[in-house]
Design a protein around this ligand. Structure first.
Ligand code: ADP
Length: 777
């Protein structure tokens, strides 16, 4: 019935289209006539729909529009198979929805939407299996969904989103195979579909989801094949895996397994699954009925695990279930860690640059230091070589000056004074050279001592004697007090003499009269304490701690006798080395030195030396000087020639004529016979020629042709050291040369510049000793 209340009937089986004429109660029929082009296309009609002011005729051979007034048909859609046209010829259903859209259901090619403006047909994306089935009915529900009855279930189409859901008998339909046009929607919007199995009543508002879209549920989760407990502290699951929306994993979770199942009334073990881990897999993994997915070693990052299922009828579900998965990096691969590494690398690079710079600086410093040390050594060796070279000529000058002073016929006072000046300047220079040599040894640690029993009383007397010329003009009284248990120290005799010379020399230098007292007393069971006390100018306490440092000199002020002003006192040309060498020498003996003094109250230098355990062992080294308990020194040489063989003959061997002259005259003056040689060979000849008996030899060490040591070694087999005492002279007195001297059989050693007194003392001593032994033999 059209809107003009005209009844139209479409007849199947070649019956054509009929219009009922109520006035005559007859039908006007329209058939297909091959000779008339605008007759209807096919006489067997499937469906008729009023469309605007026309009729649409669906036939088994195509779709016609039919003009109700003229009775002429237009074959609307000839181009079957062309783009945007109907593919199947057999139009089974025509339906216009509430929005006015025309829907065309075909027998074999699904459902089309007609777009009026473009006059095109759009094929709806239905499931292939359904789409190919005969569309037997169409309805629109209140939610504007279209429903199609088919030979295999119902199809619901969301005309806006294009979502399609299929419903089957398994979802509760009365039957799958629906009858043509057996579909109805009632006033309440309830749908009715007739099928071979009966009528299905559907309330779209209460409709459950169809089974094909039944939910796949992730219902199990294992890590390293172990079931994961919920919320046990370490577990990544806070709630069950099914309710988990985001799963947080870390690098310890190297193998994870998801288990899943299909929630459906008709689910069975024939359900098949497909899953994917977005971000890890390239596409879906179709794994058949396997209901789990295992992943190993997933890199840190964000992923989505998706799973979908195919039901037992082989239909894939409409959607999928998904689970967000985040794999956090291990602590050492986090952003913070990388920031830390970067910082570390920067720090290391910074440190390395600094280290290299420092290394370079150190290397430069080291090479400068090495160069400085080398230069220092060069300087030291230059100093000591030069000093050695200076000593020999100096000895000559001092010796000759002394000798000329001693000459009996020399009575010119002016000359005497000048000679005394030369001698004392020479001695000062010689002491300075000795100090410089000792300082050089002290610096390189080669200062050594040779300890032997040392008679302290005699040594003090000798020093008093040597310093007499300095003390006498100042009227200084020198006093020695010796405890009877302290005659001998176990010390290096020459070095103790040097210590005493320094301390007593200073005491004289810094006193203007008064007295100098040397007290020797026991310090304890093992040490002797020697005090050198003067009544001189004294030393301020502030200077005490530094006075033993090298090159340290105190500035003493004194009153000018004429003007009465304060002037700086002359320190006698000292270098400030004496006390530091003295301290070092005492410490080499395991002793100590200290000072008690105050300005204007004199000074007391106190030092200790090891005590010789058994005094009697010491007599071999005693000097033939008189022993005084409280003695005052006398100036002048001890002229002790009594009791000796008359005019003993002494051979002087030295390549320097100056030295031969000095020593020779000194001995001559004392009444000795002197003969001379300038090398060792000559000396041996002289001794062996037996023209004249030689009683003693005084020899230099190094000489051309033959040196002193070789000469001594060659003589010793025939002349032992009491028969023929040999005394060596050398500018270079070291422990080594002393050893060499003793090794070749020398009796003694005198250091250049030779002190006249010492020379005479030693000569006298050895001659007496040799005479004494001969007497007793
Ligand atoms: P120097 O060669 O200058 O005498 P020393 O090392 O022997 O060097 O002495 C260092 C300084 O100590 C001297 O310059 C002097 O000022 C002071 N000194 C040493 N002994 C005495 C003393 N008995 N009385 C006063 N001052 C002294």
């Amino acid at each position: 019935m059209d809107r003009d209340n005209t009844l139209w009937v479409g007849n199947a089986r070649a019956g054509g289209l009929s219009r009922y004429e109520p006035s005559t109660d007859t039908f006007t029929n329209y058939w297909h006539d091959p000779d008339i082009p605008d007759s209807i296309m096919f006489s067997s009609l499937e469906t008729v729909l009023e469309y605007d002011d026309m009729l649409l005729l669906g036939t088994a051979n195509g779709l016609d529009t039919f003009n109700k007034t003229t009775g002429k048909a237009t074959h609307l859609f000839h181009a079957f198979g062309a783009k945007d046209s109907l593919e199947g010829r057999s139009v089974r259903m025509l339906f216009q929805d509430t929005a006015g859209t025309l829907w065309v259901g075909t027998r074999t090619s699904g459902v089309y939407r007609y777009r009026r403006h473009g006059r095109t047909f759009e094929r709806m994306a239905l499931d292939e299996k359904i789409a190919l089935l005969d569309v037997s009915s169409m309805l629109e529900d209140r939610q504007r969904h279209l429903w199609f009855g088919t030979a295999n279930g119902l199809v619901r189409l969301n005309t806006v989103s294009g979502d399609v859901f299929n419903y089957y008998e398994s979802d509760g339909l009365a039957g799958n195979n629906h009858y043509r046009n057996a579909a109805w929607i009632d006033q309440q919007g309830i749908l009715y579909f007739g099928s071979i199995g009966g009528v299905t009543r559907i309330d779209p508002t209460k409709l459950k989801k169809p089974s094909d879209s039944a939910k796949v549920v992730i219902n199990g989760f294992r890590i390293n094949n172990q079931e994961v407990a919920i919320n046990d502290g370490k577990s990544p699951l806070k709630v069950s895996i099914a309710k988990t929306e985001q799963l947080a994993l870390n690098h310890h979770h190297s193998m994870v397994t998801f288990e899943f199942t299909l929630l459906s009334f008709n689910s069975s073990d024939k359900n098949e699954f497909a899953y994917t881990l977005e971000g890890f897999d390239e596409g879906w993994n179709e794994v058949g009925t396997q209901n789990n997915a295992t992943y190993t070693n997933i890199d840190p990052g964000d992923y989505v695990f998706k799973v979908r299922a195919k039901n037992s009828r082989g239909v894939w579900g409409q959607g999928h279930t998904s689970l967000a998965v985040r794999v956090s990096p291990p602590p050492w691969a986090t952003g913070w860690a990388y920031a830390f590494y970067t910082l570390l690398v920067l720090l290391l690079v910074g440190w390395w640059v600094k280290y290299e710079k420092k290394k370079l600086e150190l290397e430069q410093e080291k090479s400068i230091n090495t160069e400085l040390l080398r230069l220092d050594k060069v300087k030291d060796s230059f100093l000591s070589c030069t000093s050695h070279e200076l000593r020999t000529p100096l000895m000559g000058i001092v010796g000759i000056a002394e000798m000329m002073m001693e000459e009996r016929h020399q009575r010119d006072e002016g000359l005497q004074d000048n000679l005394a000046l030369i001698a004392s300047s020479g001695r000062r220079l010689s002491n300075l050279i000795n100090d410089i040599l000792d300082y050089a040894k002290m610096v390189d640690g080669s200062l050594e001592i040779m300890q032997a029993p040392t008679n302290l009383g005699e040594l003090i007397d000798l020093v008093f004697y040597l310093l007499g010329p300095l003390a006498e003009p100042k009227n200084i009284k020198c006093i020695k007090t010796l405890d009877e248990h302290c005659h001998y120290a176990y010390a290096d005799e020459a070095r103790v003499q040097q210590i005493l010379l320094n301390l007593i020399g200073n005491a004289i230098k810094y006193s203007d009269g008064g007295q100098i007292k040397v007290v020797v007393e026991p310090a304890d069971d093992a040490f002797i304490q020697i005090t050198v006390e003067d009544t001189g100018i004294g030393i301020a306490p502030s200077e005490h701690s530094s006075i033993f440092e090298s090159f340290r000199q105190v500035t003493h002020l004194t009153q000018d006798s004429v003007t009465g002003d304060n002037v700086t006192r002359d320190n006698g040309g000292g270098t400030g080395l004496g006390l530091s060498i003295t301290k070092q020498l005492i410490e080499l003996h395991q002793g100590a030195i200290w000072l008690e003094s105050a300005l204007g109250e004199g000074s007391k230098f106190i030092f200790t030396l090891p005590l010789l355990a058994n005094d009697s062992a010491a007599h071999t080294h005693s000097y033939p000087t008189a022993h005084h308990e409280d003695s005052h020194i006398q100036s002048g040489a001890p002229s002790d020639n009594n009791g000796q063989p008359a005019r003993a003959t002494i051979l002087i061997v030295d390549d320097h004529p100056v030295n031969r002259v000095f020593v020779g005259r000194t001995l001559n003056d004392e009444g000795y016979n002197v003969i001379e040689c300038d090398n060792g060979l000559c000396a041996i000849e002289k001794v062996k020629s037996a023209k004249q008996k030689i009683d003693l030899i005084i020899s230099d060490v190094s000489m051309p042709k033959m040196g002193g040591y070789q000469m001594c070694a060659e003589l010793r087999p025939d002349y032992d050291f009491l028969d023929l005492p040999i005394i060596f002279l050398s500018a270079n007195k070291t422990d080594e040369t002393l050893h060499q001297c003793m090794d070749v059989g020398g009796n003694d050693y005198l250091e250049k510049p030779v002190s006249k007194t010492e020379l005479l003392m030693k000569v006298s001593f050895y001659l007496k000793l040799s005479a004494y032994v001969k007497q007793r033999a």
